[in-house]
Design a protein around this ligand. Sequence first.
Ligand code: NDP
Ligand code: 8X3
Length: 254
Amino acid sequence: SSRLLGKNVLITGASSGIGEACARHFAQARSNLLLAARRQERLESLKKELESKYSGIKILTFELDVRNKANVNAAVEHFGQVDILVNNAGLVIGLDKLEDITEEALDTMIDTNVKGLVHVTQAVLPKMRQRNKGHIINIGSVAGQQPYANGSIYCASKAAVASITRALMHETVDTAIRVSEINPGLVETEFSVVRFRGDKNRADSVYKGIEPLNADDIAETVIFVAGRPEHVNIAEMLVFPTNQSGATTVYRKP
Ligand code: NDP
Ligand code: 8X3
C-alpha cells in the first residue's frame, strides 16, 4: 500500500520468522525499517540484502534484548521517530506441565512476551502521543485465547498481550493512535525449534500432516492491518491454517 511509503517501522524480533518476513514486506512497500533482535548479525545481513534490493529506503539495526528496559530505551533513542511498532519478539520454552516448568523458562517467557512488549511500548508511546499519530501492532496468539495443556505460561503470556492490547486501545481511544492485535495459529518458523530447545525433529513433528501458515502469511496480514486508512483500526485478527480450527484442534492428513 502506498500508505506505508516512507513510514518508519520498528519490528522487534526481526532476525527470524514472522518479524523477518515483516521486514521484507514493509521494505517492499518502501517503508523504512528499524530492526531489532538479539542476533544482530542476522539483522545486518537482512539489512544488506534489502538495501540492495530496494533503493531509497533507510534501514537501521540495533542489538536488542527486549527484557532489558535500558537496552530498549537506547534502541528507541537510536531509531528516532517510530510510525509503526510491530511488537513481535516472543517465544515459548518447553511443552511442560505447570509443576515441571523451570524458573528460568518461566522468567524467559514472562520477561520477553509480556514485560518486553511493555518496555518497547512504553519507550515508543509518549512520542506517538505527542505527535498524535502512530500504530502499535501486537503479535498475540490463539494460545492467548485458548489455553492448552502443557502451555500454561506461554498461553498466559499471550492472554496478557491480549489484555494489554485492549486496555491500551481504551487508553488511546481519544487519540489518532491505533492499537491492533494479530493472533496466529500454527506458523512454521523457528518457534518450535526454540520451544524444544534446538530439537529440530521434534519441532518438525508439530507441522506433520498439515500445511501450516508460513511467516509470509502473517506478514501479509500485518501489512494489511498497517496499510488501512488512518480512521480504520483492525482491532483484532485470528489467523489459522485452513486445517486448524482451535489451539489444539488440527486436522492432519493420515
Ligand atoms: P521465531 O523463533 O522464528 O522468531 C522469534 C523472534 O523473537 C526472533 O527474531 C528472536 O530474535 C526474537 N526474540 C526472542 N527473544 C527476544 C528478546 N529477548 N529480545 C529481542 N528479541 C527476541 O518465532 P516466530 O516468528 O514464530 O515468533 C514471532 C512471534 O509470533 C512471537 O511473539 C510468537 O509468540 C508469535 N506467534 C508464533 C506462532 C507460531 O506458531 N510460530 C503462533 C502465534 C504467535 P533473537 O533470538 O535474535 O533475539
Ligand atoms: C503459537 C501457537 O499453538 O503453538 O502461539 O501455542 S501454539
